[in-house]
Design a protein. Sequence first.
Length: 266
Amino acid sequence: MKEPTDTKKQEYQLIGNYLAQLPSDKLLSQAKTDEQRIEWFRLRFNYALLSVFWKASHSIQDNHLLEVIADNKQIDTHICEYYRRWMNYLMCLWELIQVAEPQFREECLIKYPFESPLEMLFAFLEEEAEDEFLPCIQNHYEKSLPKMKEIIKLGKKSHFLENKNVVLQDQRNSLEIKKYKSLEKSHFVKERRWYFLFITFCRRESKSNRRIKENFDTFMTAFYEFQNHIGTSIRKRKSATWQKSYSYAWKKGTKVSAGKGGSYSA
């Protein structure tokens, strides 16, 4: 890997530090039950590990934790791959922002909230972390892993042909698009307005701007590689080093697992 410049190292350091602070402390203050607080600390731990992967992968600092993880037979290699793909997806998002944000800012017709590309990235990262935490403070929220798997499948089909080229709107199946949007709406608690505006802009500009197209295609490939790995996790069998995930629901601050047939206990 090419050695980053001092400016790049500083940016990578800032991003790594920011990841380690997610989800934000203000979200913890919204937790009213022990299970909600445990969920916040679980996510904070996940982002702290992601920060380690980010910094080590960008030569910011030597970190022997990754070597310990790689050599520890009590840790499933599937978990390490999850963090690698997550980190790669965010790296591709950051590169896309650096390429497309100046033009997006110039053409934006409504009040623009970001002072720099880095500030835009931080906003997107915070929204993503909120999406993961906010379900637990809803009065009722169901997380169906089969539906999540379907979102991944439909989303990928909506964006790509077999050769990984971006699919135009008129090539999509209208019924599948309607179903995908319905599932997507129920999956995300927070409306990520600026993120989706930016991605829509990049999709449009990729038809005529070669540089944006190259970065957008790379970003979408990394995004679906990450999402596909989540889908694989759903299918992966329980083992000595892997705790299988199941569908669940949050009900008034309590997390309940799905029973047979997909029903949730009271």
